[in-house]
Design a protein around this ligand. Structure first.
Ligand code: PBG
Length: 325
């Protein structure tokens, strides 16, 4: 035997030289759930270890993360039912607690990267990402609503905006609205290939944002499709996206790999709530070892081609591997 691959695995020093994939807290984005009020830190039942924070508690959480070298955050609001309307107007109200908190975060931690979510669902009485008319999600009338929300978020100081709604043409529409108002430096992290997935359950629990009727299959992608992701990504590139996202991550590693090969923009992957909850549940039952399964999971998403990973385990990873792995 001339070739013995095991020679490169025989000691930690040699294995470390031969490492192909690195993962550092700088590659991670930590999703955070915000609720109005004070002194609130409420655990999400279907996502143990993840909380809804009131603004005061959220600032403390971000401070702790920054100390661990975790600098990137995506913020989602849990909005009270009485503020939800068919047209999601509260989303663009400059006085809403979400935008207030964003201003406070950027004032306290100007060096962080704060990312928004652009979609109607947290503010919509229909629980859909777009405007509902006669039971249908209408595309073109949704765009100005999303653009108003996006401009309000840019004004509040978000560094990047994350359109997660999957309406056609929204990246370009938002890009133009931002540029017209001088927000040429506000980035767009496009949810390019976002699938109609069963793995968003715990997230919808966290925000109480499940659709009131129907499902999201007329705008989110069919899990059976891969080439369609290329169409979506190509459009987002042309329309001015700065990063392309695949969502979910673990069940779509092939799509991550495909986009990484075909596009030169940074590729992000959203390790979504249900994917994190599965792993957490198995570990809490003693069936898997979190200390090993969690980093292996994140590494697999990086290896598939993700430059950036949105994961509820971001803080868990940064605490254990402040210098990366
Ligand atoms: C909604 C949105 C969803 C997620 C992020 N933004 C849910 C949905 O599309 O219904 C899911 C994230 C997760 O499950 O962690 N615009």
């Amino acid at each position: 035997m001339l070739a013995r691959p095991r020679r490169n695995r025989q000691s930690a020093a040699i294995r470390n030289m031969a490492v192909e994939t690195h993962l550092h807290p700088q590659h991670l984005i930590y999703p955070l759930f915000l609720v109005d009020g004070q002194h609130i830190k409420q655990e999400i039942k279907s996502l143990p270890g993840v909380f809804r924070f009131s603004p005061d508690q959220l600032l403390l959480e971000i401070e702790a993360c920054m100390a661990l070298g975790l600098t990137n955050f995506v913020l989602f609001p849990a909005v009270a039912d009485h503020l939800k309307t068919p047209t999601a107007d509260y989303g663009a109200d400059p006085d809403n607690f979400y935008l207030h908190t964003a201003r406070a975060i950027k004032q306290r931690f100007p060096e962080c990267c704060l990312i928004s979510d652009v979609a109607m669902d947290p503010y919509s009485s229909d629980g859909h990402d777009g405007l509902v008319r006669n039971g249908a999600i209408v595309n073109d009338e949704t765009l100005p609503i999303l653009a108003r929300m996006a401009v309000a978020q840019a004004e509040a100081g978000f560094d990047m905006l994350g359109p997660s709604d999957m309406m056609d043409g929204r990246v370009g529409y938002i890009r133009e609205a931002l540029d017209e108002r001088g927000f040429t430096q506000t980035g767009i992290l496009a949810y390019s290939a976002k699938y109609a997935s069963a793995f968003y359950g715990p997230f919808r629990d966290a925000l109480d944002s499940a659709p009131k009727s129907g499902d999201k299959k007329t705008y989110q992608m069919n899990p059976a499709n891969k080439r369609e992701a290329l169409i979506e990504a190509e459009l987002d590139v042309v329309e001015g996206a700065d990063m392309l996202m695949v969502k979910p991550a673990l069940h779509y590693l092939d799509v991550i790999h495909l986009l990484k090969e075909r596009f030169d923009l940074p590729i992000a992957a959203y390790h979504v709530s249900g994917e994190c909850a599965m792993l957490r549940a198995a570990c809490d039952n003693g069936w898997l070892d979190f200390e090993r399964a969690m980093p292996e999971t994140l590494l697999s998403i990086r290896r598939a081609g993700a430059d950036v990973i949105l994961t509820y385990f971001a803080k868990d990873f940064a605490m254990r591997y402040p210098g990366g792995m």
